[in-house]
Design a protein around this ligand. Sequence first.
Ligand code: FMN
Length: 331
Amino acid sequence: MLALAPMAGITDASYRQLIKKVAPQTIVFTEFLSSDALAYGAERTLQMLQYDPEIERPFIVQIFGASPQKFLEACKVIEQIGADGIDINMGCPAAKIVSSCYGSALIRNPSLAAELVHAATNAVSIPVSVKTRLGWDTTDTLIPFCKGLVDAGAKALSVHGRRYNDKFSGVANWEPMYALKREVSVPVIGNGDISSAEDAIEKIGNLDGVMVGRGTFGNPWVMKEISEVFETLKERDAESGTWKVDVEKCSIQNSHALLPENRLGVFRERLPFILDHCELSVKMKGEKRGVLEMRRHLSSYIKGFDGAKELRMKVLTLEDYQDVRSMLSSV
Ligand SMILES: Cc1cc2nc3c(=O)[nH]c(=O)nc-3n(C[C@H](O)[C@H](O)[C@H](O)COP(=O)(O)O)c2cc1C
C-alpha cells in the first residue's frame, strides 16, 4: 500500500489528482478538516471536500476534533459525498490544535480517542482509520493506545514515527511501528522521512504500506518509483512478516539522485506536467488564488540547476497563469 500523507495547505484536489496521475495506485487523503465546521455546514470547509471521483480513488477524508456528536454529523456528510473512508487526526502537534484537545492531544486522552472512533464507526458504513504519532513524550503508550482504537472500531492505522515532543525534529523512528504491527490485526501504514523508493523498501519491514508527505514536494514522481518497487513485493517472511525484497527484480529509480548535469534536462522534460499542475490549481481555486498557492510548489520544482535560485525569486512575483507560462518557457 502506498499513501499520500494528508498535509494542510498542500493536499488539495489539484495536488491529489497530480499524484494520482503519476502513481494511480496511491491512496489519497484530504487536508485535515474540522469536524465541527463540517457538522455546521461551513461553506469553505465543505468546498475542501470537492474531489474528482473518477480520478481520486480511494479517497479518504481526514477530520479533526474532539466532540463525538460533531464527529457523527461530520462523518455522515463525508459518507454522503461518496468518500471511501474517514481518517481521524490524532497526530497534529500544532499549538492551536493541541490546546483544544484535538490532534495529538488525544494521545493523552485515550478514552476520548476511542469514543471518537466509536462515534465515527457507528455513524457510517465506510471504514474509519486513525493517523497518529508514536506517543506524547514516550513511545511506550503506542501499542495500548492503538489497541484501544482498534477495539473501538478503527480499521487501519497510520503512524508518523515521531512523538508529539519531537514535532518535526530528529529522524523518524520506525521500530515502534514494527512492534505495533505484531500486536494488532488491522493494516499499519508507516510514515516519516521517506523521499525515495530506496527509503520505502528499507523502511517497510513488516508493515502493510508506507505514507509519503514532504518527500513528494517538487518530486511527485517519487510516488511512481515507490509504487513500481512495491509491485515487486510479493512475499513476506512467514515468521517475521517482513517483506522479501527481490533485489534482482526491483531496479530502483531515484529521481532525487539525478546528476547535477542532468537536472535541467529532466526539469524541461517535466515542464508540461508542472504546467498541468498549475492549470488544475487555477481551475479549482480561480486564477489569483490558484497561482498564489502554486508559488510554493513551483519553488519546490525549480531546484538543483544553474539559475534555479534566480528563478525561485521570480516565482514570488507570479500573479497569473500567463506569468507562469512565460517564466517556465524561458527555462
Ligand atoms: C505542510 C504540512 C502539513 C501537514 N498537515 C497534516 C494534516 O493535515 N494531517 C495530518 O495527519 N498530518 C499532517 N502533516 C503531517 C504529515 O502527514 C506527515 O505525517 C509528516 O509530514 C511526516 O511524513 P513525511 O516525513 O513523509 O513528510 C503535515 C505535514 C506538513 C509538512
